[in-house]
Design a protein around this ligand. Structure first.
Ligand code: SAM
Length: 445
């Protein structure tokens, strides 16, 4: 008997890429091709790439260089470049990497089976661009081992942030109809998922195609579905948050008290040059409004440091904002020039060493803030969704509703992944909590 065929997927970047990888895995599994964690035994290797920063792009190319060596002993091994670098590079990637078999952009993920078949028939395929009709088979998504079910509600991005390559790599905005979204959420609930995460580059810009409903209506409808115990959505764009959406966050207990709301900078001058379309004060007011609606809300953000023209004063405004808002997490990176973006024409670049030093100052400020916020949670009890195993026997990890990582002792019995249990926090670190499971009150599957 011939051994089953295997595939290996490596994923970089955002949740949308994670979901795209699950969709690619699902399509291959439908054809009887099984997953493997060892690229060395794979018949198909997929690199699902991110091109938001230059480093991520370089990494995927260096990985392609490593994987193509495997072809020396495996003539029939297929290697595919997928994701945002695939869209960005297209044909160029085939020229640059002679052993690359196909290039598959994010909007063409649903065509993987056909692309592989074409390659097996001899064609080196480039499947990029943004077709209006996209293949999406709900049953061909491998959600194995996942505790949250991700559902894309809006694809692409129409914002013109001057630093960002996403509108080029993921194309123009396209909202999915409400009925389709609800059908997918119900499908996930039928499979036993308790946590639903709605995805979009600007998720709160969702609109019913051809209709009047907006993201507030979508939140309301999804939150009301029975079986949705936790509802999250990512990534929200500050300017698109309306009072009705804020109201929904306060109204539904199953909407998690956690929101990722990228601010990018605390300086109005920098925000203007980034083309973000809001001011620092507007952002702070929105954060305050959200907290009034939901006092236990944890807010996280993205920040770019060293954007062209960022002065020491601008950066001081960012530090001030970070102090003022009190984020539960900050994802900060040095500005990385991206091809085809408007920021390339701004000039006035910040010296790399200056940017690195600012980034370090930001991290050390945020570490202290996170430590203090997390310490204030010691003694509190949380309902935790169990997401993994700890390093020691008897230790597991999970997430609080406010999305904090908790390590806990399981007590007498381990808890099934994806189920809910109660944990009392005993210790706090900047990036995690440590606690004890309250067995009596445990909720099991
Ligand atoms: N659509 C979201 C928004 O703009 O609010 C996030 C999109 S992007 C995938 C995630 C994060 O990457 C951004 O919030 C930004 O902080 C960061 N990012 C994007 N382009 C960047 C660049 N050229 N250099 C450094 N960081 C960048």
């Amino acid at each position: 008997m011939t051994p089953p065929r295997r595939f290996f997927v490596e994923t970089w970047g955002c949740q949308m890429n994670e979901l795209d990888s699950q969709r690619m895995a699902g399509q291959l599994m439908q054809q009887g091709i099984l997953p493997t964690h060892d690229a060395g035994e794979a018949d198909i290797i997929l690199l699902n790439s991110c091109s938001v920063r230059e480093k991520a792009e370089q990494k995927v190319y260096s990985r392609l260089g490593e994987y193509r060596l495997l072809k020396k002993h495996r003539q029939d091994l297929l290697i595919g470049l997928c994701g945002c670098v695939a869209q960005q590079e297209g044909e160029r990637a085939l020229d640059r990497v002679p052993d690359l078999d196909f290039v598959l952009g994010p909007a063409r993920v649903g065509e993987l089976q056909q692309v592989v078949a074409r390659r097996r028939a001899g064609e080196r395929v480039v499947a990029t661009g943004f077709p209006v009709e996209r293949r999406y088979d709900l049953d061909a998504v491998s959600r194995h081992g996942e505790y949250k079910g991700m559902v894309t509600v809006i694809e692409g991005c129409n914002k013109n942030c001057t630093f960002c390559i996403v509108p080029q790599t993921r194309g123009p905005e396209q909202s999915r109809p409400m009925a389709e979204i609800l059908r997918e959420v119900r499908h996930l609930l039928d499979y036993g998922f308790r946590e639903i995460e709605l995805l979009g580059q600007t998720v709160n810009h969702w609109r019913e195609p051809g209709g009047g409903m907006d993201f507030a209506d979508l939140l309301d409808r999804v939150a009301r579905l029975s079986g949705v115990e936790r509802l999250r959505f990512v990534t929200s764009y500050p300017r698109d948050f309306t009072p009705r959406m804020v109201e929904q966050v306060g109204l539904h207990a199953n909407i998690c008290p956690y929101l990722h709301l990228p601010v990018q900078s605390g300086s109005d001058a920098v925000l203007r040059r980034m083309g973000r379309g809001y001011t620092r004060d507007e952002y702070v007011a929105l954060a305050a409004g959200l907290r009034r609606a939901r006092p236990d809300l944890a807010l996280s953000t993205d920040l770019i440091v060293g954007f062209p023209g960022e002065t020491e004063e601008d950066f001081a405004r960012t530090l001030e904002l970070v102090r003022e808002v009190g984020f539960s997490a900050v994802y900060a990176f040095k500005y990385s020039p991206r091809p085809g973006t408007a920021a390339l024409r701004l000039g006035d670049n910040v010296d790399d060493q200056v940017a690195s030093e600012r980034l370090q100052r930001l991290f050390s400020l945020q570490d202290g803030i996170q430590r203090r916020i997390n310490e204030s949670l010691v003694g509190q009890e949380f309902e935790v969704i169990v997401t993994g195993w700890g390093k020691q026997p008897g230790a597991q990890t999970g997430r609080t509703p406010c999305h904090r990582v908790v390590h806990f002792d399981t007590g007498r019995e381990a808890v099934a992944l994806g189920s809910l249990t109660r944990v009392k926090v005993e210790k706090a670190f900047p990036h995690s909590l440590v606690g004890r499971r309250l067995e009596v009150a445990a909720v099991t599957n």
